[in-house]
Design a protein around this ligand. Structure first.
Ligand code: PLP
Length: 228
């Protein structure tokens, strides 16, 4: 099946998952993850109606965005960001999902300041405390938020989670649920805090059921990535 058909199926799945959840007043943004695919597929997705594109590497994104020739798409950096790429990231991306340390927050803030921009960011949380994952621990989350909120060229928009790759995807559900609780709690006393990014191809339906309002889906739209 082609991108257009896959996209339609994913959007239908999101819609039906929305009906199974308790938070009903929110739209769900589908970020189409084009990493490791060519710019032709990126264009195809945008022409089929995609408004949000996700890339996980700055260099790869820079090359593709340069030749994209499409306006009106929101660009999301979903992968880990090295501090020495902060300046380039700020120029390329509308939302950076992967802020997980004070040092990185400061570097992005400086970069944003130098180009006269207020950068939308999410804080990535490593809720399952996996050694292999980036993200701030739940324990250090509040401290990082306090720091971020002192930085004038950052706008904290919400939180991001990458769930463990469990064989039984139902095991993700409690994590998504806790994340939504933490999100709701923080949201109470904050403006502009309205993005909860969680769910990928194998778990986005459950993520939406548990209150994600941004999902990042690659494989279900574009097929398996081939790494050379
Ligand atoms: C690659 C990636 C995705 C998309 O993964 P799929 O399984 O292809 O849907 C989502 N989020 C992040 C952070 C990624 O790196």
């Amino acid at each position: 099946m082609g991108v257009k058909e896959n996209l339609k199926l994913v959007l239908e799945e999101i819609e039906s998952a929305k009906h199974r959840r308790t938070v009903t007043d929110e739209e769900v943004i589908l970020v189409a993850v084009t990493k490791n695919h060519g710019v032709d597929l990126m264009r195809e997705a945008i022409d089929a109606g995609v408004k949000d594109i996700g890339e996980n590497r700055v260099q790869e994104a820079a090359e593709k965005f340069k030749v994209l020739e499409r306006d009106g798409v929101t660009k999301h950096l979903i992968g880990h960001l090295q501090t020495n790429k902060a300046k380039q990231a700020v120029k390329l991306f509308d939302v950076i999902h992967s802020v997980d340390s004070e040092h990185l927050a400061e570097e992005i803030n400086n970069a944003a300041s130098s180009v006269g921009k207020v950068q939308d960011i999410l804080i990535q949380v490593n809720l399952a405390n996996e050694d292999t994952k980036f993200g701030v621990s739940e324990t250090n989350l509040r401290g990082l938020i306090e720091k971020v909120e002192t930085l004038e060229n950052l706008r904290l928009k919400g939180l991001m989670l990458i769930a463990p790759n469990y064989t039984d995807v139902e095991n993700c559900r409690p994590l998504f649920r806790s994340m939504r609780k933490i999100f709701d709690d923080l949201k109470k006393s904050r403006q502009n805090f309205d993005m909860l990014s969680m769910g990928m191809t194998h778990d986005y339906k459950i993520a939406v059921e548990e209150g994600a309002n941004i999902v990042r889906v690659g494989t279900a739209i574009f097929g398996e990535r081939v790494y050379k």
